[in-house]
Each structure stands twice: as C-alpha cells, then as structure tokens.
Design a protein around this ligand. Sequence first.
Ligand code: PLP
Length: 373
Amino acid sequence: MSADKPIYVTQPFLPPLEDFIPYLREIWDAKVLTNGGPFHQRLEAALVEHLGIQHLSLFANGTLGLLTALQTLQVTGEVITTPYSFAATAHSLLWNNLTPVFVDIDPVTCNLDPEGIEQAITPRTTAIMPVHCYGTPCDVDRIRQIADTHGLKVIYDAAHAFGVRYRGESVLNHGDLSVLSFHATKVYTTFEGGAIVCPDAGTKKRIDHLKNFGFASEVTVLAAGINGKMNEVQAAFGLLQLPHVDQLIARRAQISRLYDNGLRSVDGIRLPCTLPEAQPNHSYYPIFIGDGFPVSRDAVYDHLRQHGVHARRYFYPLLSDMPMYSALPSAAPDRLPHAAKAAREVLCLPIYPALQDDDVTRVIELVLSCRTA
Ligand SMILES: *Cc1c(COP(=O)(O)O)cnc(C)c1O
C-alpha cells in the first residue's frame, strides 16, 4: 500500500534518539538551560567553522534574527525588498516600523533584480533586504556596488542558504549581515532556530546584547533589545545534527538529479535555476508550470494532492498581495510582472533526505499524468 502513503514537501532528519541522550544528560548535569551556555558557545564555534564565515550569533528562530538585524544596523525609512518570499521577510520590516519597497525579481533566479533596486531608491531608502531564494545566490556583486554607491546597508534573508557557496566561498560572507533559519522545514534544523552572520567581532557583540534585552552587563542596558536567545536543548541538537548535514545535502542533490532527468524535456515545465559558480544546498525543488503545459499549476497541485503528494506553492501569494502590503505604491501588480508569473507557475516538489527513489518516480509520474488526466 506504499503507493498511497502521503508524501509531504519536506521531512526533518532526526539522528537516532539514543545519540541525543548524552547531550541531554550534560545539560541536566550542568543545569545551564540558556543564556549563552556551553552548547550555545560550542554550536556558534562549530557553525563558524563549518560554514566558513567570520562570526555568527544564534537565535531562537530566524524571524527574531531578521528583526534584530534591522535593529543592529539602525535601519530607518524605506527598505527595498522582494515580493517573492516568505511572510517573515516583509513582516520583519513592518515590525521595525519600516516601509517595504517591493522590486520585481529576475525571472530566472527569482531573486531581486538589481536594475529594479537602483530605480526604487529614494532619499528615504536606507537598506536593501534581498533573499537568496531557494538558496540561489543573489547578484551579490551588483547589489554591493549599488549599496556602496548610495550608502545603503544590505541584510540578506539567507533562510534558504545554509551551506550554499558561491565562487568558492560561503554566500553568507556577502552583505552587512545575513540571517539564517534553522526551522524544522529547513536543510539544517534546531527544531526552531536561526542566526545572524556578521563580518566583525564588534557587530557580533552588539547583536549578542540586542538578543538579550540590550544587556551589556548586569547593570548596563545599551538598547531596547529583545529576547532572541537560543536555548541549550536547541543548541545541543544543532551540534548533534551538524556532522550529518553534508551527507543530507548530498542525498538532496541525488533527488534533484532524479527530478531533473524525469522532467527535463517536458514541454511547459521549467526546472530550478542553477548558477555555474554556485554550490547549491538543494533545499527546494521548484518547477515552473507555464502556458506550454496542458494544465495549470493549480491543476497539477490538486492532482498531486488527490494522490497524496503534498507539493507546496512557495511563494504564493506574493507578499505584495497580502492585505498589510497591497496598498503600498510598490505593491501594484503591474510593477511586479515577473514575481506575479513565478507565483502563478511555481510548485515546490517534495525533497528531503529520506525520500526514496521510487517516491520521486511516483511524483514525476503524477506530474506527467496531468497531461492526459
Ligand atoms: C523560513 C523562512 C524565514 C523565517 O524563519 P523562521 O526560523 O521560521 O522564523 C524567513 N525568511 C524565509 C525566506 C524563510 O523561508
């Protein structure tokens, strides 16, 4: 009956439970549960090493990382960002009383189009918040150049970009700050979790204060900070998970290749973007179902669902179509045609390390059978 078991878009990898017990015992013995305890310190050091970055500050989740990144750089006024992302990207701006300015995406990479960024700059613009969508690196050089020319900060929402490398180094080394998510649905997880990546020790110190209410010492509060701290159980799980992650990404790469082979020559389906100089993490497998396919994306989505395959429309609806943003001048649909097209055509197929080859075959066959259904 395996043909009927539901397949979800993702499934977390959990190492054997026994392997976690010694970590928990250590926490029980030390009785340090949070506030930068030993596992928190060890995980920060291990991630800096693993990712090939300078500094990183752990967070309870990625959204708190985004909120705190904007506070760290004291961003004000307008921030240029993408409509094609998860709600947290734009919400983090609204929670900081900032105005999102949406700019259209590049139709191939689904990342912010640098030309559009330049045209959207006003005297109130202070920062750019691009997303490395699906882990595909943004045009980091162009964005840096624009930011330098106009004196803007760059905060990358790097929630999809764990382990992604670009021209031989971590993509997280670009921008003033990059924010990771370790949510259960991401490539590398601490159940909930996240981090801000930054290039220098002074900035890390400021972030560390801000995520602990702004306390710099027992009696000194430097700023109106927040509680963004990752606890010891999360950090311990992160340490346990980390040695597995390269293998997990390698399995994701195999699954991507199976999908590529099954769907490559299908009229009307466009495969995920690959950049020659990028080493991807295969966090998602987005296909784009265009006019050349006999049925719509939503028809494929429904057909898969009826057969127990839960693909997801990331990202639909666009942020610019959500009620809290849709009245912004930059949210007008005719200004965002590429984003609108991607939102209409995208379908993220199931991809996770435990997905079996015959599950992938089943998903491919279901997509193909839409043509005759
Ligand atoms: C997952 C995600 C976030 C939010 O991260 P959390 O850890 O769930 O708070 C932010 N931006 C993007 C693009 C995401 O996919």
